[in-house]
Write a protein that binds this ligand. Structure first.
Ligand SMILES: CC(C)(COP(=O)(O)OP(=O)(O)OC[C@H]1O[C@@H](n2cnc3c(N)ncnc32)[C@H](O)[C@@H]1OP(=O)(O)O)[C@@H](O)C(=O)NCCC(=O)NCCS
Length: 194
């Protein structure tokens, strides 16, 4: 079963190696050094006062037992507005096995049921291989909001647009799951922006 874990310094070094291999998808589009990542671990991941929360994504495998398959975070938390930005990376060897989708579910559960946030937003560049992933995930969740915007990312001599999205806290009082098991049937009803 996929679950969230508490990151160690060693986990964070592994995440640095993964993120340095997919810079086209990231907001910080340059490779981080070992020292920069250690600093992030100490100053952000281990800091209760930081406006961020980070988790490892874990699963169990017959041959190796528990293993880290990704990392997921809530950044730029605005406690007054009850919102935060999602950040996600899946290990290169673990992609396309459903861990990304599970990680989003687990982090939204943390955001809405434990941190008392109202919305979680994100932005994915059109030049990122993750673009289709996010649209699929967002469209299977209700209530959500999404839009595109032009010319926000400069890469390889060209400007690219982006996909902006927001997940809203589910209307639990109705007793229905926010996750739509039938892709394509969505309720785009929520107000607000990405
Ligand atoms: C994007 C990312 C998180 C997806 O994680 P994943 O574990 O491979 O995704 P899943 O296996 O849960 O896929 C969920 C759905 O998205 C689809 N999908 C995943 N990656 C895709 C891709 N690159 N292109 C098209 N569809 C994709 C899957 O086919 C699946 O569809 P289905 O439910 O219809 O079968 C992962 O590729 C990653 O970490 N990329 C590098 C970091 C990154 O880009 N982070 C996001 C920054 S905005």
């Amino acid at each position: 079963m996929t679950r969230l874990g508490v990151p160690t310094l060693e986990d964070w070094e592994l995440v640095r190696q993964w993120r340095n291999e997919c810079l086209e998808s990231l907001r910080t589009p340059f490779p981080l050094t070992y020292e920069q990542q250690q600093e992030h671990y100490r100053n952000v991941v281990c800091n209760r006062e930081a406006r961020a929360r980070w988790w490892t994504v874990l699963d169990e495998f017959p041959e190796v037992g528990n293993a880290m398959v990704g990392a997921v975070g809530l950044e730029n938390i605005e406690w007054e507005n009850g919102r935060a930005e999602i950040s996600l990376i899946v290990a290169p060897h673990a992609k396309r096995k459903g861990f990304g989708r599970e990680a989003v579910k687990l982090v939204l559960e943390q955001a809405f049921n434990h941190l008392r946030l109202y919305s979680v937003y994100g932005e994915c560049y059109d030049c990122s291989p993750a673009r289709e992933f996010w649209q699929k995930i967002v469209e299977s969740y209700s209530p959500h909001w999404d839009r595109t915007r032009p010319s926000v990312k400069y890469r390889n001599g060209e400007y690219h647009g982006s996909y902006l999205f927001t997940f809203f806290t589910p209307p639990t009082w109705l007793g229905i799951s926010p996750w739509n098991e039938k892709p394509g049937v969505v309720n785009d009803v929520a107000p607000g922006g990405g």
